[in-house]
Design a protein around this ligand. Structure first.
Ligand SMILES: NC(=O)c1ccc[n+]([C@@H]2O[C@H](COP(=O)([O-])OP(=O)(O)OC[C@H]3O[C@@H](n4cnc5c(N)ncnc54)[C@H](O)[C@@H]3O)[C@@H](O)[C@H]2O)c1
Ligand SMILES: [Zn+2]
Length: 686
């Protein structure tokens, strides 16, 4: 008699597994890591094995996971697409258990020779069946529930690695099975692109949680145009229906031979696939691939062992959803659950601020992970990670660990949303996020401890202060040894300080000191460029110097005033202004002058060289040739301020077709209204 408690647990597990399988296979939006799912799955398997009376044909353990989405035509597989039994023991014994089981099922005695296997990588993507008739790709289908899949031919055709036509020696009917996946570098690029789109305001975009998910989503896209934009790859590892030899088909006798033939017909087959003899070879393969896993260009979640002889495969046959002749031997999961202890903000050497989740240490993808990047404000907000949250963390390859999702049910009440700090956590300078940018940046470049090396190298480069001999190695030594904190310290270095450094002879120290001395006589453009103000390159530095003549005037200039400089737009003006607003930056400049740095100052050019300085303009409606952005750029470059609504302070309204309430308001207030032609006249100053 089975206790009510066991029945209850079995029911609960089935319901949970159904739910998560639906999220994973149908919605491509898993809520728990695979390892967690596998644990529940195994618990159910164990209960069913213990109480066979509880087994029902609709149990998740008896079916291939997956379903068919509406919107796709259904495809009945000629040969069912099965799952693979998972060897749960991730130690060497996993391979030995499999070998022992196969030998037992084949009735082999102890003294008999070892069996031959094919050892393959277990690619972490999505299984696809490719059907070729008379050498032409006629259909591609997902696994679905194993019996019926989705017709995704249009999307699969966009994958360059999949041949559309086969050579003449291919059989009249051939079904090739393999995995569609996304390489790790392609995945990183894809997500980088997504983050940029989101930063630019795209509403319906999101980043992808992992390559498998992104690949599955791309293959099951109803719009092939979108699938084409996703960088999909393919590996062949099996086959379905194939013409028999008497109908022009091949006569393979082993798995390995079949794979080589598929390769000769143009299908990508992993070069890591190999023949293994006996359990020892399988153990060695599992170990070797485990060591290579991080450096592979794509994700794998394990290796697969298959009996090489097709005759033996046939003898072994299947149990419900799995062949008896194959097993998946896994590696530690690349996604795990842990909790967030804090969210810190890290400042990079270029001043970029990155929110980082400090984690309760967790073993993921073979290493212990203690922190994970949240990338930037948008990502942190979209994922809504909060201190105390339970999260899914992913670490694959050499890529920085990442929080892929929060488990919302486990959030403690009162957990506060994360916000980016308004100041740099290292130096206290203002941290700003420019329009159209994803990242916040520290504006205290001259003073910030995180940006020291970058600041010195930028200052010393040939096109700036041209301090010969002050290269990366020396800067590393000076900064890491705490000899130098800010730029003025460079000019306070004495011979003693320099020769105290490792590998620094008298002669080279003398040379560096001479170069420093020489750099003191410079020009204003070089000095300005050397400060490393964001968006101020050599040519902007020259323009600034020419326009203002004196450094003090540049440091004191308002944004409006800076906008009068030719080619200086609002973003650049704002950046310069904010930079010199930082007390620490100003202090460093003063100290540099006190150290004897100097240049010839000039006279400022005549004021108000821009035709629209001080004017406020409103754009409305559609102009005949200019887009809204183009018109805005032209106006701002000419010194105007472009406002969003009409008021008494508005000087001009530029109206195109379908101008609405803004035009009415302008008329009401008596503001001058111009068309595009009028705008062009205005820009010419007439
Ligand atoms: N996180 C969740 O909520 C959730 C839910 C359901 C399933 N899952 C995960 O899905 C997986 C189970 O899915 P499954 O039933 O598809 O089994 P599986 O993915 O473990 O194994 C079968 C699949 O392996 C793939 N494969 C890769 N390389 C192969 C090779 N060389 N030879 C043969 N096949 C190869 C094929 O796509 C095949 O369909 C588990 O990892 C499970 O954790 C997760
Ligand atoms: Zn800083």
């Amino acid at each position: 008699m089975v206790s009510a408690k066991v029945q209850e647990r079995v029911d609960a597990l089935r319901e949970l597994l159904h739910h998560h399988a639906h999220r994973y296979y149908v919605l491509d939006a898993p809520e728990i890591p695979d390892a967690e799912y596998d644990k529940l799955f195994r618990e159910l398997q164990a209960l069913e094995a213990e109480h066979p009376g509880l087994l029902t044909p609709d149990s998740p353990t008896q079916r291939v996971g997956g379903a068919v989405l509406d919107g796709f035509a259904k495809v009945r597989h000629q040969v069912p697409m099965l799952s693979i039994r998972t060897e749960t023991d991730i130690e060497a014994s996993g391979a030995r258990n499999f070998d022992a089981r196969v030998r037992r099922e084949l009735g082999y005695k102890d003294g008999e020779p070892p069996l031959e296997y094919v050892a393959e990588l277990k690619f972490d993507g999505l299984a696809i069946n490719l059907r070729y008739e008379q050498g032409v790709l006629v259909q591609a289908a997902t696994r679905g529930d194993g019996a019926i899949g989705e017709d995704v031919t249009q999307n699969i055709r966009t994958i360059g690695q999949i041949p559309l036509r086969l050579p003449k020696d291919a059989p009249p009917v051939l079904e090739v099975r393999g995995e569609v996946y996304i390489r790790r570098d392609d995945f990183e690029r894809l997500n980088e692109l997504q983050r940029e789109k989101i930063a630019k305001g795209a509403k319906n975009e999101k980043t992808f949680v992992n390559p498998r998910n992104a690949a599955a989503g791309a293959v099951r896209q109803l719009d092939p145009g979108i699938a084409r934009q996703r960088p999909l790859s393919f590996f062949a590892y099996g086959w379905g229906e194939v013409s028999p030899p008497e109908a022009g088909g091949p006569a393979f006798s082993t798995q390995y031979e079949a794979l080589l033939t598929l390769q000769s017909w143009g299908f990508p087959v992993s070069t890591r696939t190999q023949v293994a003899t006996g359990a020892d070879d399988l153990v060695a393969f599992h170990r070797a691939v485990g060591g290579e896993r991080d450096s592979l260009p794509f994700d794998i979640d394990g290796v697969v062992y298959k009996v090489n002889s097709l005759a033996l495969q046939q003898r072994l046959g299947f149990v419900s959803r799995e062949p008896r002749w194959a097993v998946a031997h896994k590696y530690p999961a690349q996604e795990q659950v842990t909790t967030v202890q804090a969210i810190d903000v890290y400042v990079g050497r270029t001043g970029k601020l990155t929110p980082v989740a400090r984690l309760e240490p967790v073993f993921v993808g073979g290493v212990t992970v203690t922190n994970a990047t949240l990338h930037n404000e948008d990502e942190a907000r979209r994922k809504d990670v909060r201190v105390g949250d339970t999260v899914i963390v992913r670490r694959a390859g050499d890529v920085i660990p990442e929080v892929v999702a929060v488990v919302p049910e486990k959030r403690a009440p009162g957990a506060a949303p994360f916000t980016m700090p308004a100041t740099c956590p290292v130096c206290g300078s203002a941290a700003v996020r420019e329009e159209g940018e994803a990242d916040h940046r520290c504006t205290g470049g001259l003073f910030c401890g995180a940006q020291r090396k970058q600041a010195i190298l930028h200052f010393a480069q040939r096109r700036a202060l041209d301090i010969e001999g002050l290269g990366e190695k020396l800067v590393d030594q000076l900064v890491d040894g705490n000899v130098i904190k800010t730029l003025p310290d460079l000019y306070r270095l004495g011979l003693v300080g320099l020769t105290a450094l490792e590998r620094m002879g008298d002669k080279s120290a003398q040379n560096v000191l001479a170069a420093l001395e020489k750099s003191k006589q410079t020009t204003l453009p070089r000095f300005l460029f050397g400060l490393g103000i964001r968006h101020v390159g050599e040519s902007t530095a020259r323009d600034l110097a020419r326009h203002f003549g004196r450094l003090d005037d540049i440091m004191a200039a308002s944004v409006e005033h800076l906008l009068e400089v030719p080619d200086v737009g609002p973003v650049v003006a704002e950046s310069i202004h904010t930079f010199f607003q930082q007390a620490h930056n100003r202090e460093v400049v003063e100290q540099l002058r006190a150290c004897g740095l100097g240049w010839e100052e000039g006279e400022p050019v005549a004021r108000a060289s821009k035709p629209l300085s001080g004017k406020t303009v409103v754009l409305t409606g559609t102009l005949p040739t200019l887009t809204r952005d183009e018109a805005k750029d032209l106006l701002e470059t000419a010194g105007a301020k472009v406002a969003g609504s009409v008021s008494k302070k508005t000087d001009y309204v530029i109206a195109g077709t379908e101008a609405g309430s803004k035009l009415d308001k302008a008329r009401e207030l008596g503001v001058t209204v111009l068309d595009e032609e009028g705008l062009q006249r205005l820009l010419r100053g007439g």
